[in-house]
Design a binder for this molecule. Structure first.
Ligand code: TMP
Length: 199
């Protein structure tokens, strides 16, 4: 289905800087007078909250975890993403179903089954920016810059598998960005591409 609005998603492994990039791009679009919203997954809804709780406690089994991410996304798509696109807004989303393919795929679930299950209800993004970063550098950024203890999603071997799945995607609506570039350059690149999407 075609919507008046556009869906732009930001993806990459933890520590890649996608949340900062999404926030900065949102600021520029607002300053240009564009009608847009910025959102994220997992959401702050009931399923998203359950998921976030599980990150710092005992990790759910892969199937249960996948089910919760799908329930969270179904609610997000129905209640926020589609209505905003119908109104003609640009929706910026920090993580979407490429994350499910990569993260739950890295736990052994078939990546293309995950894609199919998502595309049955979730609109295709107009553009997905994937921030590419070396896994060790990403982990260094998390523990040194954020000062956090690593959670169960942030272990090297696991993130390495996640990164490999992100690297394997070759959909026409993907643009890979080098996460080591200065933030201002990344923002400019993203804004140039969004401008060309005609919104
Ligand atoms: P965040 O750090 O971007 O808030 O995301 C929280 C974690 O959730 C991150 O480690 C990736 C993970 N995640 C999945 O495993 N599958 C998904 O579908 C999504 C959206 C996130």
């Amino acid at each position: 289905m075609d919507y008046k609005g556009k869906l732009i998603v930001f993806e990459g492994i933890d520590g890649s800087g996608k949340t900062t990039l999404c926030r900065e791009v949102f600021k520029v679009l607002v300053s240009q007078g564009k009608s847009c919203i910025s959102t994220f997954e997992p959401t702050n809804g009931k399923w998203g909250k359950l998921l976030r709780k599980s990150f710092s406690a005992k990790r759910l089994n892969p199937k249960e975890e996948l089910e919760l991410f799908i329930k969270d996304r179904k609610e997000h798509v129905k209640e926020l993403i589609i209505p905003s696109m119908v109104e003609g807004k640009i929706v910026l989303c920090d993580r979407y179903y490429l994350s499910t393919m990569a993260y739950q795929g890295a736990r052994g679930i078939d990546v293309y089954k995950i894609k199919k299950e998502n595309e049955a209800f979730a609109p295709l993004p107009n553009m997905a920016f994937i921030l590419h970063i070396d896994v060790r550098e990403a982990l260094r950024r998390i523990s040194e810059k954020r000062g956090d203890k690593l959670n169960s999603f942030e272990r090297y071997d696991y993130l390495r598998r996640v990164a490999e799945i992100f690297d394997s995607f070759n959909f026409p609506w993907i643009k890979r960005l080098d996460a080591s570039l200065p933030k201002e350059i990344l923002v400019k690149k993203v804004i140039n591409i969004i401008d060309k999407l005609d919104c």
